[in-house]
Design a protein. Structure first.
Length: 295
């Protein structure tokens, strides 16, 4: 294995091992020693490629998921650049960075014709709500054409769909969510794919509820009810609970839904999550306005 990549690979392995609650001894059973793995993770020694692949096989993730996790360690990936843009608090600086990144993706698409650059540009426009570039319809057409031609939704497609459910037609969203569920490998848990899936479902629910399409919302909730939310994915659990309250309110259970929504907002404030409390309160107010319950 290349010496220059050793510290990064070791750091990556340690991060994934800890994320899967594996001790050094559990990861190295009949492969190598715990002391050797510890030194490898700190970049103090090298190990044979054959040993490394055996260690990777211990992790309960698909190769695709592990590859994605490894790539995101590098600052020059598109995903890292989007994460950096989201972290910028100065809006002027953020807008400049986003427009520069968008122009780069569009230029790459013009130069190469590779659809991934076009899809990356769409992802930026929708995720950060960049105005005056393209309409939702202009984006939805090429995205649907691309997704319909894909036999297996990889992590790239799941990430794209997480954003695009906001602009795709509601009926198409239902079909794509169902495809994502059917396409999920169920041999073992894959944390990254599970998280993407729950973000897709919750973003889709948010979009169709905003469109007041509660028939589709019921259908999506039926899909979601058959799935297990990972215990450590608190965001998915809270979002699902909140969407169910919105649906209950729409179908006439005003008093109970209103009471539970108020308890949710207060609870989020109490445990030190004011951002989420404000986020859900704002969406609850919009629901009440749409339902004609509040002016």
């Amino acid at each position: 294995m290349g010496k220059e990549n050793q510290p990064m690979i070791g750091f990556f392995y340690r991060r994934e091992r800890l994320a899967n609650d594996l001790s050094l001894s559990q990861a190295t059973s009949q492969i190598t020693t715990a002391a050797t793995l510890s030194r490898f993770e700190r970049g103090q020694t090298q190990i044979a490629a054959s040993t490394f692949f055996k260690l990777m096989a211990v992790l309960p993730n698909t190769l695709e998921s592990l590859q994605q996790s490894y790539f995101t360690l590098y600052d020059d990936t598109f995903q890292q650049k989007m994460a950096y843009a989201a972290s910028l608090e100065d809006k002027t600086e953020q807008n400049h960075y986003l427009l520069t990144l968008l122009a780069h993706q569009q230029a790459k698409f013009s130069q190469t014709g590779l659809i991934y650059y076009q899809l990356n540009a769409f992802n930026l426009i929708v995720r950060f709500n960049i105005p005056g570039i393209l309409t939702a319809t202009e984006i939805a057409g090429p995205v649907l054409k691309y997704l319909k031609g894909i036999d297996h939704f990889g992590l790239y497609e799941l990430d794209l769909l997480t954003t695009m459910v906001q602009v795709l037609p509601d009926e198409s969203v239902t079909v794509l969510v169902q495809r994502s569920l059917l396409d999920m490998p169920r041999i073992y848990q894959d944390r990254l794919r599970d998280r993407y899936l729950w973000r897709i479902i919750n973003n889709a629910l948010e979009a169709v509820i905003e469109h007041q399409d509660f028939v589709i919302a019921d259908r999506l909730m039926a899909f979601a009810s058959r799935l297990h939310i990972p215990n450590d994915d608190i965001e998915a659990q809270v979002c699902q609970y909140f969407h169910q309250l919105q649906i209950d309110y729409h179908y006439g259970d005003h008093t109970t839904a209103q009471k539970r929504a108020a308890e949710l907002f207060a609870g989020l404030e109490l445990i030190g999550l004011p951002f989420y409390a404000h986020f859900f309160e704002t969406r609850w107010h919009k629901l009440l306005v749409r339902e004609g319950s509040e002016q």
